[in-house]
Design a protein around this ligand. Sequence first.
Ligand code: MTE
Ligand code: MO
Length: 373
Amino acid sequence: MLQRRAFLQVAGAAFATALGRPAFSAAELLRYGASPQQLATPISYFDRLITPTPVFFVRSHFGPPSYDRSRTVTVHGLVKKKVELSVDDLRHLPEVTQTAALQCAGNGRGLITPRVPGIQWDHGGMGQATWTGVRLKDVIALAGAKSEARHVWLKGADRPPKPTVPEYQRSIPIERALHPETLIAYRMNGEPLTHAHGGPLRVVVPGWAGDHWVKWLTSVQLEAEEASGFYMQTAYKIPIKQAIPGTPVPPEGMRSVTTFPVKSVIGRPLDGAQIAAGPQEVVGVALSGDAAIEFVEVSTDNGATWHRATLEGAGGIGLWQVFRYRFVQKQRGEATAIARARDKKGNMQPENAIWNPSGYFWNAWHRVQWQVV
Ligand SMILES: Nc1nc2c(c(=O)[nH]1)N[C@H]1C(S)=C(S)[C@@H](COP(=O)(O)O)O[C@H]1N2
Ligand SMILES: [Mo]
Protein backbone atom coordinates (compact mmCIF):
# COMPACT_ATOMS: atom_id res chain seq x y z
CA MET A 1 0.00 0.00 0.00
CA LEU A 2 2.75 2.38 1.01
CA GLN A 3 4.67 1.49 -2.11
CA ARG A 4 1.63 2.10 -4.26
CA ARG A 5 1.10 5.49 -2.64
CA ALA A 6 4.69 6.52 -3.23
CA PHE A 7 4.35 5.42 -6.83
CA LEU A 8 1.16 7.42 -7.23
CA GLN A 9 2.91 10.49 -5.94
CA VAL A 10 5.85 10.17 -8.32
CA ALA A 11 4.03 9.01 -11.39
CA GLY A 12 0.62 10.54 -10.74
CA ALA A 13 0.03 11.75 -14.26
CA ALA A 14 1.17 8.59 -16.05
CA PHE A 15 -0.70 6.32 -13.67
CA ALA A 16 -3.87 8.33 -14.09
CA THR A 17 -3.69 8.09 -17.87
CA ALA A 18 -3.38 4.32 -17.62
CA LEU A 19 -6.58 4.26 -15.57
CA GLY A 20 -8.30 6.64 -17.94
CA ARG A 21 -9.14 9.21 -15.27
CA PRO A 22 -7.02 12.00 -13.86
CA ALA A 23 -5.60 11.58 -10.34
CA PHE A 24 -4.41 15.18 -10.36
CA SER A 25 -5.75 17.90 -12.53
CA ALA A 26 -4.19 21.12 -13.74
CA ALA A 27 -7.59 22.65 -12.94
CA GLU A 28 -6.46 22.55 -9.32
CA LEU A 29 -3.74 25.12 -10.01
CA LEU A 30 -4.55 28.56 -8.65
CA ARG A 31 -4.51 31.30 -11.25
CA TYR A 32 -2.82 34.64 -10.56
CA GLY A 33 -3.81 37.60 -12.71
CA ALA A 34 -5.01 37.62 -16.28
CA SER A 35 -1.97 35.81 -17.66
CA PRO A 36 -2.43 32.03 -17.91
CA GLN A 37 1.17 31.34 -16.96
CA GLN A 38 1.25 32.28 -13.29
CA LEU A 39 -0.25 29.21 -11.70
CA ALA A 40 0.24 28.26 -8.07
CA THR A 41 0.44 24.84 -6.46
CA PRO A 42 -2.42 24.40 -3.95
CA ILE A 43 -0.99 24.46 -0.43
CA SER A 44 -2.60 21.08 0.36
CA TYR A 45 0.12 19.46 -1.78
CA PHE A 46 2.78 20.56 0.70
CA ASP A 47 2.31 17.33 2.63
CA ARG A 48 4.44 15.08 0.38
CA LEU A 49 7.93 14.79 -1.07
CA ILE A 50 7.02 15.08 -4.74
CA THR A 51 4.60 17.59 -6.27
CA PRO A 52 2.65 15.89 -9.07
CA THR A 53 3.47 17.58 -12.38
CA PRO A 54 -0.14 18.59 -13.24
CA VAL A 55 -0.36 20.64 -10.02
CA PHE A 56 3.22 21.98 -10.09
CA PHE A 57 3.29 25.79 -10.17
CA VAL A 58 4.05 27.57 -13.45
CA ARG A 59 5.72 30.95 -13.85
CA SER A 60 6.62 32.38 -17.23
CA HIS A 61 7.28 36.02 -17.94
CA PHE A 62 5.95 36.06 -21.49
CA GLY A 63 4.26 32.70 -21.93
CA PRO A 64 5.80 29.74 -23.74
CA PRO A 65 7.29 29.69 -27.26
CA SER A 66 5.96 27.15 -29.73
CA TYR A 67 6.62 23.56 -28.70
CA ASP A 68 9.63 22.25 -30.57
CA ARG A 69 11.26 18.99 -29.57
CA SER A 70 13.95 19.46 -32.20
CA ARG A 71 15.07 22.73 -30.60
CA THR A 72 18.83 22.77 -30.02
CA VAL A 73 21.11 24.34 -27.43
CA THR A 74 24.15 26.27 -28.58
CA VAL A 75 27.21 26.53 -26.31
CA HIS A 76 29.20 29.56 -27.38
CA GLY A 77 31.04 32.69 -26.23
CA LEU A 78 34.34 32.11 -24.41
CA VAL A 79 34.70 28.50 -25.56
CA LYS A 80 37.34 26.69 -27.62
CA LYS A 81 34.75 25.34 -30.06
CA LYS A 82 31.13 26.42 -30.47
CA VAL A 83 28.76 23.42 -30.35
CA GLU A 84 25.07 22.98 -31.12
CA LEU A 85 23.32 20.06 -29.43
CA SER A 86 19.94 18.41 -29.83
CA VAL A 87 18.11 16.49 -27.10
CA ASP A 88 19.36 13.30 -28.75
CA ASP A 89 22.97 14.55 -28.67
CA LEU A 90 22.62 15.18 -24.93
CA ARG A 91 21.51 11.57 -24.49
CA HIS A 92 25.13 10.48 -25.18
CA LEU A 93 26.27 12.17 -21.95
CA PRO A 94 25.93 10.46 -18.54
CA GLU A 95 22.34 10.74 -17.30
CA VAL A 96 21.65 12.10 -13.82
CA THR A 97 18.40 12.05 -11.81
CA GLN A 98 18.02 14.16 -8.70
CA THR A 99 15.24 15.56 -6.58
CA ALA A 100 15.17 19.31 -6.00
CA ALA A 101 12.67 21.97 -5.00
CA LEU A 102 11.96 24.76 -7.45
CA GLN A 103 10.84 27.99 -5.82
CA CYS A 104 10.13 31.39 -7.34
CA ALA A 105 12.05 34.24 -5.66
CA GLY A 106 8.69 36.01 -5.36
CA ASN A 107 6.95 33.13 -3.54
CA GLY A 108 5.20 34.66 -0.51
CA ARG A 109 5.21 38.19 -1.93
CA GLY A 110 1.49 38.52 -1.22
CA LEU A 111 2.23 38.13 2.49
CA ILE A 112 4.79 40.94 2.75
CA THR A 113 3.92 44.19 4.46
CA PRO A 114 4.05 46.91 3.34
CA ARG A 115 2.73 45.46 0.09
CA VAL A 116 4.94 45.52 -3.01
CA PRO A 117 3.93 45.22 -6.68
CA GLY A 118 4.26 41.90 -8.54
CA ILE A 119 2.44 38.58 -8.55
CA GLN A 120 0.83 38.28 -5.11
CA TRP A 121 1.79 34.64 -4.49
CA ASP A 122 1.03 33.30 -1.05
CA HIS A 123 2.77 29.92 -0.62
CA GLY A 124 2.13 28.15 -3.91
CA GLY A 125 5.06 29.42 -6.00
CA MET A 126 7.06 26.27 -5.30
CA GLY A 127 7.15 22.54 -5.89
CA GLN A 128 9.51 19.60 -5.68
CA ALA A 129 10.21 17.15 -8.49
CA THR A 130 12.76 14.64 -9.67
CA TRP A 131 14.73 16.06 -12.55
CA THR A 132 16.52 13.89 -15.09
CA GLY A 133 19.04 15.17 -17.58
CA VAL A 134 22.75 15.79 -17.99
CA ARG A 135 25.23 17.89 -16.04
CA LEU A 136 25.69 21.39 -17.40
CA LYS A 137 29.43 20.91 -16.77
CA ASP A 138 29.52 17.94 -19.16
CA VAL A 139 27.79 20.05 -21.82
CA ILE A 140 30.22 22.94 -21.29
CA ALA A 141 33.14 20.47 -21.50
CA LEU A 142 32.06 19.54 -25.05
CA ALA A 143 32.76 23.14 -26.07
CA GLY A 144 35.73 23.64 -23.72
CA ALA A 145 35.60 26.72 -21.46
CA LYS A 146 38.31 29.32 -21.97
CA SER A 147 40.10 30.36 -18.78
CA GLU A 148 38.61 33.91 -18.94
CA ALA A 149 35.05 32.54 -18.68
CA ARG A 150 33.52 33.58 -15.34
CA HIS A 151 29.76 33.60 -15.95
CA VAL A 152 27.34 31.46 -17.92
CA TRP A 153 24.50 33.32 -19.62
CA LEU A 154 21.33 31.30 -20.10
CA LYS A 155 18.55 32.06 -22.54
CA GLY A 156 15.39 30.31 -23.66
CA ALA A 157 13.29 30.40 -26.85
CA ASP A 158 10.51 32.56 -25.37
CA ARG A 159 10.37 36.13 -26.60
CA PRO A 160 8.92 39.33 -25.13
CA PRO A 161 5.50 40.37 -26.42
CA LYS A 162 6.90 43.57 -27.96
CA PRO A 163 10.37 44.87 -28.85
CA THR A 164 10.38 47.44 -26.04
CA VAL A 165 10.17 44.67 -23.42
CA PRO A 166 13.61 43.24 -22.54
CA GLU A 167 14.48 39.60 -23.25
CA TYR A 168 14.53 37.10 -20.42
CA GLN A 169 18.12 36.16 -19.66
CA ARG A 170 19.90 35.15 -16.48
CA SER A 171 23.52 34.28 -15.79
CA ILE A 172 25.09 32.15 -13.09
CA PRO A 173 28.72 32.23 -11.94
CA ILE A 174 30.90 29.58 -13.63
CA GLU A 175 31.44 27.74 -10.32
CA ARG A 176 27.69 27.21 -9.98
CA ALA A 177 27.41 26.19 -13.64
CA LEU A 178 30.15 23.56 -13.15
CA HIS A 179 28.63 22.28 -9.91
CA PRO A 180 27.72 18.58 -10.40
CA GLU A 181 24.09 19.23 -9.38
CA THR A 182 23.47 21.92 -12.01
CA LEU A 183 21.66 20.13 -14.82
CA ILE A 184 20.06 20.52 -18.20
CA ALA A 185 16.93 18.45 -17.63
CA TYR A 186 14.68 16.72 -20.15
CA ARG A 187 12.51 14.73 -17.73
CA MET A 188 10.45 15.80 -14.72
CA ASN A 189 8.95 13.23 -12.34
CA GLY A 190 9.91 10.47 -14.75
CA GLU A 191 8.05 11.89 -17.77
CA PRO A 192 9.34 14.04 -20.64
CA LEU A 193 9.55 17.64 -19.46
CA THR A 194 6.21 19.28 -20.25
CA HIS A 195 5.90 22.38 -22.38
CA ALA A 196 4.80 24.59 -19.45
CA HIS A 197 7.88 23.55 -17.46
CA GLY A 198 10.32 24.33 -20.27
CA GLY A 199 10.35 21.23 -22.50
CA PRO A 200 12.28 19.97 -24.25
CA LEU A 201 15.17 21.36 -22.13
CA ARG A 202 15.50 23.47 -19.01
CA VAL A 203 18.18 24.36 -16.49
CA VAL A 204 18.04 22.98 -12.91
CA VAL A 205 20.01 24.84 -10.22
CA PRO A 206 19.19 23.22 -6.85
CA GLY A 207 18.98 25.71 -3.99
CA TRP A 208 18.85 28.74 -6.29
CA ALA A 209 15.67 30.72 -6.89
CA GLY A 210 13.51 29.70 -9.86
CA ASP A 211 14.56 32.58 -12.11
CA HIS A 212 17.88 30.78 -12.79
CA TRP A 213 16.09 27.60 -13.92
CA VAL A 214 15.82 28.81 -17.52
CA LYS A 215 13.14 27.04 -19.55
CA TRP A 216 13.04 26.22 -23.31
CA LEU A 217 16.84 26.53 -23.20
CA THR A 218 18.54 27.55 -26.46
CA SER A 219 21.72 29.36 -25.46
CA VAL A 220 24.55 28.69 -23.01
CA GLN A 221 27.01 31.53 -23.42
CA LEU A 222 30.28 31.76 -21.48
CA GLU A 223 31.39 35.29 -20.70
CA ALA A 224 33.79 37.20 -18.44
CA GLU A 225 30.98 39.32 -16.94
CA GLU A 226 27.48 38.81 -15.60
CA ALA A 227 24.71 38.98 -18.19
CA SER A 228 23.80 42.52 -19.16
CA GLY A 229 20.15 43.36 -19.52
CA PHE A 230 17.14 44.04 -17.34
CA TYR A 231 16.60 40.56 -15.87
CA MET A 232 20.13 40.39 -14.46
CA GLN A 233 21.08 44.01 -13.79
CA THR A 234 17.77 45.48 -12.57
CA ALA A 235 15.33 42.70 -11.69
CA TYR A 236 15.91 39.92 -9.15
CA LYS A 237 17.87 42.09 -6.74
CA ILE A 238 17.66 42.23 -2.97
CA PRO A 239 19.17 44.77 -0.56
CA ILE A 240 22.67 43.95 0.75
CA LYS A 241 21.74 45.45 4.12
CA GLN A 242 18.25 45.32 5.62
CA ALA A 243 16.09 48.03 4.02
CA ILE A 244 13.67 50.34 5.79
CA PRO A 245 10.24 48.81 5.01
CA GLY A 246 8.43 50.69 2.28
CA THR A 247 11.42 52.71 1.10
CA PRO A 248 13.34 52.31 -2.18
CA VAL A 249 16.95 51.07 -2.16
CA PRO A 250 19.54 52.57 -4.56
CA PRO A 251 21.00 50.13 -7.16
CA GLU A 252 24.45 50.10 -5.47
CA GLY A 253 22.78 48.83 -2.30
CA MET A 254 21.42 45.75 -4.07
CA ARG A 255 22.77 42.30 -5.01
CA SER A 256 21.41 39.55 -7.26
CA VAL A 257 19.22 36.88 -5.71
CA THR A 258 20.90 33.46 -5.52
CA THR A 259 19.90 30.79 -2.97
CA PHE A 260 16.52 30.87 -1.23
CA PRO A 261 16.48 31.05 2.59
CA VAL A 262 15.23 28.48 5.11
CA LYS A 263 11.46 28.07 5.39
CA SER A 264 8.73 25.67 6.41
CA VAL A 265 5.11 25.64 5.27
CA ILE A 266 2.23 23.72 6.86
CA GLY A 267 0.34 21.74 4.20
CA ARG A 268 -2.37 20.36 6.48
CA PRO A 269 -4.63 20.85 8.23
CA LEU A 270 -5.38 23.87 6.08
CA ASP A 271 -5.84 27.33 7.53
CA GLY A 272 -9.51 27.80 8.36
CA ALA A 273 -10.20 24.04 8.45
CA GLN A 274 -12.48 22.35 10.93
CA ILE A 275 -10.65 19.63 12.80
CA ALA A 276 -11.79 17.08 15.35
CA ALA A 277 -10.64 17.12 18.96
CA GLY A 278 -8.33 14.22 19.80
CA PRO A 279 -5.21 12.91 18.03
CA GLN A 280 -4.09 15.25 15.22
CA GLU A 281 -1.06 15.75 13.04
CA VAL A 282 0.49 18.80 11.45
CA VAL A 283 2.25 17.99 8.16
CA GLY A 284 4.29 20.28 5.96
CA VAL A 285 7.50 20.77 4.05
CA ALA A 286 10.76 22.50 4.99
CA LEU A 287 13.54 23.61 2.68
CA SER A 288 16.62 25.82 2.46
CA GLY A 289 18.79 26.75 -0.49
CA ASP A 290 21.79 27.12 1.80
CA ALA A 291 21.97 23.81 3.68
CA ALA A 292 20.01 20.68 4.56
CA ILE A 293 17.25 21.08 7.15
CA GLU A 294 18.44 20.65 10.73
CA PHE A 295 15.01 20.55 12.37
CA VAL A 296 11.42 21.78 12.23
CA GLU A 297 9.57 22.82 15.37
CA VAL A 298 5.83 23.17 15.79
CA SER A 299 4.01 25.16 18.46
CA THR A 300 0.34 24.66 19.22
CA ASP A 301 0.27 27.23 22.04
CA ASN A 302 1.12 30.37 20.11
CA GLY A 303 4.86 30.04 20.49
CA ALA A 304 5.07 29.34 24.23
CA THR A 305 6.45 25.83 23.71
CA TRP A 306 7.98 24.22 20.63
CA HIS A 307 8.13 20.55 19.71
CA ARG A 308 10.45 18.84 17.25
CA ALA A 309 8.67 17.38 14.25
CA THR A 310 9.89 14.17 12.61
CA LEU A 311 11.53 14.62 9.21
CA GLU A 312 10.92 12.38 6.20
CA GLY A 313 12.84 12.05 2.94
CA ALA A 314 16.48 12.66 2.13
CA GLY A 315 18.04 15.89 3.38
CA GLY A 316 20.14 18.18 1.21
CA ILE A 317 20.68 21.67 -0.11
CA GLY A 318 17.63 22.92 -1.99
CA LEU A 319 15.69 19.76 -1.25
CA TRP A 320 12.54 19.72 0.79
CA GLN A 321 11.73 17.25 3.52
CA VAL A 322 8.30 16.50 4.90
CA PHE A 323 7.81 17.23 8.60
CA ARG A 324 5.16 15.65 10.79
CA TYR A 325 4.11 16.49 14.34
CA ARG A 326 1.52 14.41 16.16
CA PHE A 327 -0.31 15.83 19.14
CA VAL A 328 -3.61 15.60 20.96
CA GLN A 329 -5.98 18.49 20.38
CA LYS A 330 -7.77 18.93 23.71
CA GLN A 331 -9.58 22.27 23.66
CA ARG A 332 -12.46 22.98 21.33
CA GLY A 333 -12.92 26.28 19.56
CA GLU A 334 -10.10 28.23 17.94
CA ALA A 335 -6.66 26.59 17.75
CA THR A 336 -3.42 27.56 16.04
CA ALA A 337 -0.22 25.91 14.93
CA ILE A 338 3.05 27.59 13.99
CA ALA A 339 5.99 25.95 12.22
CA ARG A 340 9.59 27.13 12.01
CA ALA A 341 12.68 25.46 10.58
CA ARG A 342 16.43 25.74 11.01
CA ASP A 343 19.00 24.64 8.46
CA LYS A 344 22.36 23.01 9.11
CA LYS A 345 24.18 26.30 8.66
CA GLY A 346 22.25 27.56 11.70
CA ASN A 347 19.90 29.83 9.72
CA MET A 348 16.60 30.06 11.58
CA GLN A 349 13.29 30.80 9.90
CA PRO A 350 12.40 34.25 11.31
CA GLU A 351 9.16 35.19 13.04
CA ASN A 352 8.79 38.05 10.56
CA ALA A 353 10.18 38.14 7.03
CA ILE A 354 12.70 40.79 6.02
CA TRP A 355 10.98 43.39 3.84
CA ASN A 356 12.59 44.19 0.48
CA PRO A 357 11.38 46.29 -2.46
CA SER A 358 10.51 43.33 -4.73
CA GLY A 359 9.06 41.12 -2.02
CA TYR A 360 11.51 38.26 -2.54
CA PHE A 361 12.19 35.35 -0.22
CA TRP A 362 9.32 35.78 2.24
CA ASN A 363 9.99 33.10 4.88
CA ALA A 364 8.22 34.08 8.11
CA TRP A 365 6.92 31.45 10.54
CA HIS A 366 3.85 29.83 9.04
CA ARG A 367 0.75 30.09 11.24
CA VAL A 368 -2.54 28.31 10.61
CA GLN A 369 -5.75 28.55 12.55
CA TRP A 370 -8.45 25.88 12.92
CA GLN A 371 -11.87 25.41 14.41
CA VAL A 372 -11.80 22.39 16.70
CA VAL A 373 -15.21 20.72 16.72
N1 MTE B 1 12.82 30.97 -20.60
C1 MTE B 1 12.29 31.25 -19.41
N2 MTE B 1 12.69 30.55 -18.35
C2 MTE B 1 12.15 30.80 -17.12
C3 MTE B 1 11.18 31.82 -16.94
C4 MTE B 1 10.77 32.53 -18.10
O1 MTE B 1 9.91 33.43 -18.05
N3 MTE B 1 11.34 32.23 -19.32
N4 MTE B 1 10.69 32.07 -15.68
C5 MTE B 1 11.59 31.69 -14.57
C6 MTE B 1 10.98 31.83 -13.26
S1 MTE B 1 10.88 33.40 -12.63
C7 MTE B 1 10.61 30.74 -12.49
S2 MTE B 1 10.07 30.92 -10.92
C8 MTE B 1 10.67 29.36 -13.06
C9 MTE B 1 9.32 28.67 -12.95
O2 MTE B 1 9.42 27.36 -13.43
P1 MTE B 1 8.09 26.50 -13.66
O3 MTE B 1 7.16 27.27 -14.52
O4 MTE B 1 8.54 25.21 -14.27
O5 MTE B 1 7.49 26.26 -12.30
O6 MTE B 1 11.08 29.36 -14.42
C10 MTE B 1 12.10 30.27 -14.73
N5 MTE B 1 12.57 30.06 -16.08
MO1 MO C 1 10.28 33.28 -10.41
